[in-house]
Each structure stands twice: as C-alpha cells, then as structure tokens.
Design a binder for this molecule. Structure first.
Ligand SMILES: NC(=O)c1ccc[n+]([C@@H]2O[C@H](COP(=O)([O-])OP(=O)(O)OC[C@H]3O[C@@H](n4cnc5c(N)ncnc54)[C@H](O)[C@@H]3O)[C@@H](O)[C@H]2O)c1
Length: 431
C-alpha cells in the first residue's frame, strides 16, 4: 500500500471505528450544533474558539446556543466526548478539522474573510499528515483552494495525498423544529477524489444524507445558489407587496391563492426586509467574486435593492397610519414588536428591525420594543431594553409595528388594544 493510500485508508478506518478525533473551529450558531452531532455519532470533539466566555460555558456544560439545549450538551462534556479550548495547538491532535467561523461583509460590503484567514493560519501552524480540513463557513467560490490550500501545503504536505481538504456548506436553519444539522442533507466537495472519499467516510456517521459534488468550488456555489435563490424570491415577493399596495390589492390574498397551484410556484412571503448572518450577506460574496471577473450579477443587485428598501416602506406605513389618526411621527409613541431577524430565535444580526427603529428615531418617534428573545439592543447610539408586552403598553402606544412574528406573543391582545397597527408579517390576520 502506498503512502498516499495509507493516509486515506487510515482516516477511513478511523471513521469506521469512530476513533477519529474532530476539531471544530468556531463554536457559534453553526459550530456548536455540529460539535454536538459529531459527538452524538460517537466521535471525540475538541472545540476551539477565540472567546474565553464561550469556552468556559461549554466546558461547564452550558450551551449559549438556543438550538443546543444544555441538557444535550452537558452529558457530552461530562463524558469527555466534547471539550473546548482557546488553544489552537490542541487541534494538532484532531484528525478532522471543521471550520465554522464567521464570514461577514466589510464596511464597504465586500467579503470579510479575515476570520477564515485567521483560522487557516492557526491550522497552518499545526497541520500534519493524516488530517482532513473541512471548511463550513459560507464563502465565495475559490476560497477553499485559494486561501486554505496554500496554508495547509506550506510545510511540504500535498493535499489529496498526505492531507485532505474539502468544502462542505453548513445549512443549519436556527429554530427550525424539523430540519436540523443531522437530517439536513450535507453537500461535500473535496479538492481531489481522495479528499471526497475521506470526507464522506468521516461525515457519514454524523449526517443522514451526504451529497458529494466534484469540487470545492461546486460546493461553495451550492450554498450561494441556495441563499441567492431565497434573496431573489424574497425580493420578488417584496416587490409584489409594493405593487399590491399601489394597486390597493391584498398581497397576502394573492400569494395564498397563487400557492394553491400544485406545480411551478413556490410560496415566499413579504416582510420587513432581510436579516440574519446568511441571506443579506452571502449573495454579496458571489457578486464580489463575479465583479472581479468583470461580470455583474444583476439579480443579486436588484433583489438586494428591493429588500433593503423594505424597512423604509414599512416606516412610511407607520407615518400613514399615524396620519390617519391626525398624528405626526415626531413625538408619537411607537412600539416595535419583535426585533430578532426571524420568528422564535434570539439572533439580531442584520435584523431589519434595527433599520425600522433607526428610521423611526430619525423622524422623532419615541420608540420602544418588545422581544422575548432579545432583552436589549443598541442602535444608532441608543440603548434600548425590551419592555413588557402589557395591555397598558399597547394601549398607550400611538402605533404598534409588528416586525417579527414570534409564535408566543398575544396578538389577539394587540389587535384589541392597539390604536394603530402596522403588521409587516400579516400575523394579526392569521391569528
Ligand atoms: N447562523 C446561521 O444560521 C448559518 C447557517 C448556515 C451557514 N452559516 C455560516 O456559518 C459560518 C459561521 O456562522 P455562525 O452563525 O455560526 O457564526 P457565530 O458568530 O455564531 O460563530 C462563530 C464563532 O467563531 C468564533 N471565531 C471567530 N474567529 C475565530 C477564529 N479565528 N478561531 C476560532 N474561532 C473563531 C467566534 O468567536 C464565534 O464563537 C458563517 O460563514 C455563516 O455564514 C451560518
């Protein structure tokens, strides 16, 4: 057996007998659920994060991620299947290193791959023969090959022979009760066929379904296609909301009726705009990459424009509703209900509620908010604490704006007691 086959065969054997050790880099919304699934499959996991607080909590068996109950994490930590550290050199022991660090946009809305680079540099310092590195962070096509591969090979190792490299996009949908890390099919694109074989063998016990593709670039694009698809369709339906508003037609009625078509239509719903760490950001990774190749991704640009105008559209609705009551925005009490970027989760990143609050502030409104998942927020230099959603608070507000339709809120009470309601999610009509 040649040395090449040896490294591959050893890792595949370590998958079969679960003796492979996993390193998970970045223990946030993606990394911690992944670490737990890996440990549940019987592998030992070393979690690495740069935040001491995150590490301390995990080692104490406490979860900081809503989708991972502490009751699930604690036994895995206690049994030694999961341990966490801020020491990157601990990753030298790992056979598999899965990278789950953030990939945000810079101030100029270009990809900020500094976290990926920092993780790649840390791994580059400890990488050894017989390891596989799998990038999970959403990023532009070419990242795995252009940024990771040189760092992994810098000490003389060859990817596909003595060390392996793949991209496997994380698809987790926080708060989704049906589709979680384990049962969501997992796409894998290795740099070489051997990389694919090794990644498939190691991830096989962790995920119910694996979907191999022929290259990391294909896998990187799968994720970008999925999220661009959502962004474009949300943009389309948001534009339809504007169209219906101008025509005096109820957009929700139109969508519900269209959705009765059993083929050729997929239901998307309008709202206050895009939020979260994925849909508002990921398409720009692709747009940026294509700009560097002198191609303009028009659908991405247009969808981004329409979606980012939605907070202003809804703030204008607040102005109109107050006007109906012969009130000005300036000095009016506006209660924003729900600020997380989507229902039933505690994630405020990129939330359109922040734009709504800022725009209302700019027009002189006295803004307060209620969100059972977000105790406080800072926007536009102002600190706000979530206020209780009481009958008095609702009745004492000039307008209630529903931005996020959390399931556990009392919409009947809002409907009964609010002087004016602007409902970006149509939740009042639905409950
Ligand atoms: N949140 C989602 O719903 C979701 C879904 C699919 C894909 N993704 C993608 O997954 C990636 C991670 O997103 P997330 O939501 O988990 O982010 P997050 O901010 O929740 O977690 C990232 C973690 O990485 C840590 N970190 C940062 N730099 C590090 C470094 N150099 N070394 C080690 N740890 C480091 C941070 O401290 C943090 O704990 C992103 O690329 C994102 O686009 C996110």
């Amino acid at each position: 057996m040649s040395a090449v086959t040896g490294a591959e065969a050893t890792l595949i054997q370590k998958a079969a007998d679960r003796s492979a050790v996993f390193g998970v880099v970045g223990l946030g919304y993606v990394g911690l659920p992944l670490a737990v699934e890996i440990a549940d499959a019987g592998y030992r996991v070393i979690g690495f994060d740069v935040k001491q607080g995150v590490i301390d909590a995990i080692n104490a068996g406490r979860s900081h991620i809503q989708d991972v109950p502490t009751a699930r994490l604690a036994p895995l930590v206690k049994s030694g299947l999961i341990r966490a550290t801020t020491d990157a050199t601990a990753l030298a022991e790992a056979d598999v290193i899965s990278i789950c660090v953030p990939t945000p946009l810079s101030k100029t809305r270009d990809p900020d791959v500094s976290f990926v680079l920092a993780a790649a540099d840390a791994i580059g310092n400890i990488v050894r023969a017989g390891q596989i590195v799998i990038l999970e962070s959403t990023t532009y096509p070419g990242t795995t090959r252009e940024l990771l591969m040189p760092r992994i090979e810098k000490g003389g190792l060859t990817v596909g022979e003595d060390v392996f490299l793949a991209f496997s996009p994380e698809r987790v949908d926080p708060g989704n009760p049906t589709w979680q890390t384990r049962n969501t099919p997992k796409v894998i694109g290795g740099v070489t066929p051997a990389c694919n074989r090794v990644a498939l063998a190691l991830y096989g016990p962790v995920f119910e379904t694996l979907v191999p593709v022929s290259s990391p670039e294909a896998a990187e694009l799968v994720k970008l296609l999925e999220n661009t698809f959502r962004s474009v369709n949300i943009g389309l339906v948001n534009e339809m909301a504007i169209v219906c508003d101008k025509l005096g037609v109820n957009v929700w009625e139109v969508i519900e009726a269209a959705a009765t078509k059993p083929f050729g239509f997929m239901k998307f719903t309008p709202g206050p705009g895009l939020g979260g760490h994925c849909i508002p950001i990921d398409p720009h990774y692709l747009a940026w990459k294509m700009r560097s190749l002198n191609y303009k991704t028009r659908f991405i640009e247009v969808a981004g424009e329409v979606n980012s105008e939605m907070p202003l559209f809804w703030v204008r609705k607040v102005v109109d509703r107050l006007n109906d009551e012969s009130k000005s925005v300036r000095g009016s009490k506006v209660l924003v209900v729900g600020v997380a970027y989507k229902k039933d989760i505690d994630d405020l990143r990129e939330s359109p509620a922040l734009d709504v609050i800022r725009l209302l502030h700019q027009q002189g409104a006295e803004v307060s908010y209620h969100d059972p998942y977000i105790p406080s927020l800072d926007e536009d230099g102002e600190h706000l604490d979530s206020v209780p959603l009481t009958r008095e608070r609702v009745a004492g507000s000039d307008c209630v704006v529903i931005v996020t339709d959390h399931a556990k809120l009392d919409y009947a009470m809002i409907r009964t007691h609010a002087a004016a309601i602007v409902d970006t999610r149509n939740v009042i009509a639905r409950t």
